[in-house]
Design a protein around this ligand. Structure first.
Ligand SMILES: [Fe+2]
Ligand SMILES: [Fe+2]
Length: 301
């Protein structure tokens, strides 16, 4: 059983008091617009976890184990991620009007976070949740690896550990639902692919748009600005994205036989590295950069 479930309702695995915000090295963050945009966007999405929880609770109504874990553990932990990131952003970039940007984000985002975005069966929705937690745990592991700022490394590391635990819980529920619903491997694969294609599309774009608009008053934020931003972080992603971990978590819901799982996992990890390398090359990243500071410097943001 996971740590939070064993600890009883409402017990968070760590507290914001554990994060030494006053020690943030602002010099290490100077001029790193991309890092700011990533963190502010992530804080918006995490802070809006109550919308997701409401939808999921409605969807899994009647399953007390799932609903209890969602409301007593998952939601408080996701909201803490948002609050902890918000505090980091406000401490590191105090000139940014977080509240105004978040209000704009919430108005737009709450209109598209609807029940009909959920999967057609409970087992497939658990597959979708595994994809989301794969994305978040990989993202925060990437941030922890890439950041030259020690407080951010610690915060991102703690959040990444939470997201991995969330994955394990959703996977545990998936195994239970799989016994009742027997979703075919093709349906699981289809769900995996459709959710992964959404990970860095609409949610990320809406968050980025509101961060950018408040940060750059009067500037027109077209989707190409978001694409520029994504291209700009390509070098960092290539250097620091935990490809093997992400691929392993992504493929697990397929429940492949061990040998096939290992072969497909190795091939998928290689393919992921090739795609990331190609994106990094396109972004003009230097192959020589290996240290976090060097990678951040070469961003030139
Ligand atoms: Fe989170
Ligand atoms: Fe999570």
């Amino acid at each position: 059983m996971d740590k939070t479930a064993a600890d009883g309702p409402g017990v968070l695995p760590w507290s914001m008091r554990d994060i030494p915000y006053r020690n943030i090295d602002r010099e290490a963050l100077r001029d790193h617009a991309a890092l700011f945009e990533l963190l502010a966007s992530a804080s918006f999405i995490e802070m809006t976890s109550d919308l997701y929880t409401r939808n999921l609770v409605e969807y899994f109504r009647g399953d007390d184990a799932v609903v209890g874990w969602l409301t007593q553990h998952w939601e408080p932990e996701e909201l803490q991620h948002g609050a902890a990131l918000r505090r980091y952003v406000r401490t590191a970039w105090p000139q940014f009007d977080w509240t105004r940007a978040y209000q704009g984000f919430y108005e737009e985002y709450s209109r598209c976070c609807l029940l009909d975005r959920l999967a057609t069966s409970r087992s497939l929705e658990m597959v979708a949740r595994c994809v989301i937690e794969t994305g978040t745990s990989s993202f925060y592991r990437f941030l922890a690896n890439a950041s030259a700022e020690p407080v951010l490394r610690e915060l991102a590391g703690r959040i990444a550990a939470d997201e991995v635990r969330h994955y394990k819980n959703f996977y545990r529920f998936l195994r239970r639902y799989r016994e009742d619903e027997h979703p075919g491997r093709t349906a699981v694969l289809r769900t995996l692919c459709s959710r992964v294609s959404e990970i860095d599309s609409e949610d990320g774009y809406i968050a980025f748009k509101h961060v950018f608009t408040v940060r750059n008053p009067g500037a027109d934020c077209a989707r190409r600005e978001y694409e520029r931003f994504m291209r700009g972080i390509g070098g960092l992603v290539y250097l620091y994205f935990p490809s093997r971990m992400a691929v392993k978590m992504f493929l697990k819901p397929l429940d492949l036989p061990p040998l096939a799982g290992r072969m497909i996992g190795r091939s998928a990890t290689t393919a992921t590295r090739v795609v990331l390398r190609w994106r990094a090359h396109r972004a003009g990243a230097s192959r020589g950069a290996r240290r976090p500071a060097a990678a951040l410097e070469q961003r030139g943001t």
